[in-house]
Design a binder for this molecule. Structure first.
Ligand SMILES: C[S@@+](CC[C@H](N)C(=O)[O-])C[C@H]1O[C@@H](n2cnc3c(N)ncnc32)[C@H](O)[C@@H]1O
Length: 292
């Protein structure tokens, strides 16, 4: 039966992609360019928040379309640095979610005390506040001298802030409140020096922290960790990538090592669920299961 002109027109318009499809297509091309040129793989980051951040980046760089961003990514490494900065959300604070630190103090430290040397990995440490908070807790529990804390992120800009350990003085009041709620045993002021209107974390804490570049998607596992803290990072990944990173954590953990996730993250729907037992459900603290 011959196709009428109206039908032909109908077929043609069926093939037209919606604006959302086009944006999605452009984003896929952009992410391929990023992977090809710089070996950063954002393809399994959750699309909604990734799309928002790409549009923020467009606005800040005064580029009209995602398609126009692609040659800039390919040929301009400085532009890629800006893009990378925009892609990672580095919001953090000292003793964030104080109850998590209180629970670590009350339920995990006793086990850590049984080791002569304690290895800890903060994955996705952003600007370092979380690692300094744990160092303070471990100091107060008499454990810091036995600890090596590896604090890693794939954002070099954040890592350099973390290494300097200098934070804005206006944040200190909030950090002090968190420290007290987390069961702090001294005064938060004992752990920093006021300097040019900022707070510089003391060297005694820094000595036990190694800040290093590590990309959770492509870099190797760490060996024999007694505690891994990775909070508010997996939330940006899709399920497949979450499982991959959780498997990396399982491999990196010592026999009966501990894993701490963020309050919106859980092992509940992960294929790693059976490899861990829950120690404190609300605080997302897990222990590697022991089958022998
Ligand atoms: C919201 S911050 C979390 C900071 C801190 N853990 C906390 O909860 O306060 C998320 C961090 O994850 C880092 N990140 C995202 N993807 C990563 C990856 N593939 N490898 C390493 N770090 C990553 C970001 O650069 C950012 O610093």
């Amino acid at each position: 039966m011959p196709i009428t002109n109206a039908k032909k027109q109908q077929n043609k318009s069926d093939k037209r992609n919606s604006k959302e499809d086009l944006v999605d297509f452009e984003i896929s091309l952009l992410l391929k360019a990023v992977l090809f040129c710089y070996d950063y793989d954002f393809r399994h980051y959750s699309r909604a928040s990734l799309t928002r951040r790409i549009f923020n980046c467009l606005e800040k760089s005064q580029i009209d379309t995602i398609a126009e961003m692609i040659p800039k990514i390919i040929y301009d490494a400085d532009f890629f640095e800006l893009f990378l900065k925009e892609m990672s959300i580095t919001v953090t604070e000292m003793f964030r979610d104080p109850l998590v630190f209180k629970t670590l103090r009350n339920q995990v430290v006793t086990q850590l005390k049984t080791y002569s040397r304690i290895n800890i990995w903060h994955a996705g440490c952003a600007t370092g506040e979380e690692a300094y908070s744990l160092a303070i807790l471990l100091h107060e529990e008499g454990l810091l001298s036995r600890c090596q804390i590896y604090a890693t992120d794939f954002n070099n800009h954040s890592l350099s802030i973390a290494e300097h350990g200098i934070y804005k003085a206006e944040k200190i009041a909030g950090y002090t409140r968190n420290y007290i709620s987390a069961g702090g045993k001294a005064s938060f002021a004992d752990y920093y020096q006021a300097k040019h209107g900022n707070a510089k974390m003391k060297n005694e804490l820094k000595q036990h922290i190694t800040f290093a570049h590590h990309n959770l998607i492509k870099d190797q596992c760490f060996a024999q960790m007694h505690l891994i803290i990775c909070r508010n990072v997996l939330i940006y990944f899709d399920r497949k990538l979450q499982d991959q990173v959780l498997s990396l954590f399982k491999q990196s953990l010592h026999h009966r090592g501990y894993l701490v996730l963020g309050d919106k993250e859980s092992l509940e729907f992960s294929n790693q669920k059976d490899n861990f037992t829950s120690i404190a459900k609300n605080q997302r603290i897990y222990q590697k299961a022991c089958y022998d």
